[in-house]
Design a protein around this ligand. Structure first.
Ligand code: FES
Length: 130
């Protein structure tokens, strides 16, 4: 392995710090939880997670939104699955969330406060309103 210069190490540290900040929980009241069980990963959950992180970064939302991962949510048939929890919105579990849908969830659900109806696979509360 090639040796790195001090400057290269600093750049690497700064870029990793930025990535870690996106996963930090302080002062974040919106949660995106990506199912990363075996079934989720096989269905592309890693690409989904990456798409969320990238879209949140582009929309400058990383200060408000925490992205975490969990195991299987018991919905193998609609992986990748993602739970979104945010104030003034019902908790929702979305299914079949590929990278494109992940970006749509950021724009429509997180920014627009509207549900992405065609990807809702679990409604934890009966009070879901559009
Ligand atoms: S492993 Fe996916 S439903 Fe259990």
């Amino acid at each position: 392995m090639a040796k790195m210069t001090l400057e290269e190490l600093r750049k690497l540290r700064d870029s990793k710090k930025k990535e870690l900040n996106k996963r930090d929980v302080a002062d974040k009241n919106i949660q995106i939880i990506v199912g990363m069980g075996t079934c989720g990963i096989a269905a592309g959950a890693k690409e989904t997670l990456d798409a969320f992180l990238q879209e949140l970064d582009e929309k400058k939302l990383t200060e408000k939104v925490m992205v975490t991962q969990t195991g299987c949510m018991g919905l193998c048939y609609v992986e990748p699955t993602v739970e979104v929890i945010m104030p003034d919105m019902p908790d929702v579990i979305y299914g079949k969330v590929d990278a494109e849908v992940a970006r749509k969830i950021v724009r429509k659900h997180i920014q627009g406060k509207a549900l992405v109806n065609d990807h809702i696979y679990d409604r934890p509360a009966a009070d879901i309103v559009e």
